[in-house]
Design a protein around this ligand. Structure first.
Ligand SMILES: C[S@@+](CC[C@H](N)C(=O)[O-])C[C@H]1O[C@@H](n2cnc3c(N)ncnc32)[C@H](O)[C@@H]1O
Length: 212
């Protein structure tokens, strides 16, 4: 995604004022730029099939927050099979409309369900403890209160459930990525002992696991 560089500020996370992290001012990718996330060639440096294959099994229940137009959702829905489910939660209804269209064209619409959320509430409390894998791709740097989103995501995960976090280098400085991982630790999500080979070769990708 080639959005213009954003100004940098010192952002204080609400969970701990002791951790000041220089980060771009959070900026949500507008819906009308959603198509640009599907540009041909993106798969060369972020291959959705290879990214999710080691994590997603048949019949899995998956939560994807910030799916946009569904660059990764197609691979998720293909892998969960007809009995699995991908819950797609996004701030922007128009992103989800484009996502549904894309899934319908591929005959995968029955495998996903979409929800519009607010900046402070993902609206996923009914999924508590039921999700096998949560997926946050190129979205957490857009969130003003990442700790809040991570807490809600963690609550949806079953014991030992996984969170796949991938952030773009251009929009998420290394310090911010480290801060996101620290915040994940505060809500009981720790780096999994075994990292999938493909994800571990990406510049900023990590699989976290919900502690028992
Ligand atoms: C850069 S796009 C990435 C889309 C997709 N994951 C991809 O990699 O192509 C970020 C997406 O996250 C969504 N988003 C941003 N903040 C959010 C929040 N607090 N809760 C849910 N979705 C959010 C945006 O609306 C947008 O669809």
């Amino acid at each position: 995604m080639q959005l213009p560089r954003q100004p940098t500020e010192v952002h204080m996370t609400s969970s701990s004022q002791a951790h000041a992290v220089a980060r771009p001012i959070p900026h949500v990718c507008p819906w009308w730029l959603g198509w640009s996330l599907l540009f041909p060639g993106r798969g060369w440096f972020l291959n959705p099939d290879r990214l999710v294959a080691p994590l997603i099994e048949h019949d899995c229940r998956v939560l994807e927050v910030g799916p946009g137009n569904g660059f990764v959702t197609v691979s998720l829905a293909e892998r969960v099979g007809p009995e699995g489910r991908v819950y797609c939660v996004d701030l922007q209804e128009r992103m989800l409309t484009a996502l549904q269209r894309r899934m319908r064209r591929r005959g995968l619409a029955e495998r996903i369900s979409t929800r519009v959320c607010s900046k402070t509430d993902l609206g996923v409390s009914d999924l508590a403890g039921s999700i096998d894998v949560a997926v946050l791709i190129y979205m957490l740097h857009e969130v003003a209160e990442p700790g809040l989103v991570l807490r809600q995501v963690a609550t949806t995960l079953r014991s030992s459930g996984k969170l796949l976090l991938v952030e773009p280098k251009g929009h998420c400085p290394a310090g911010l990525f480290a801060e996101q991982i620290r915040l994940a630790g505060e809500v009981g999500l720790r780096p999994a002992a075994q990292q999938p080979e493909y994800a571990s070769r990406l510049p900023q990708a990590l699989v976290l696991e919900r502690q028992q």
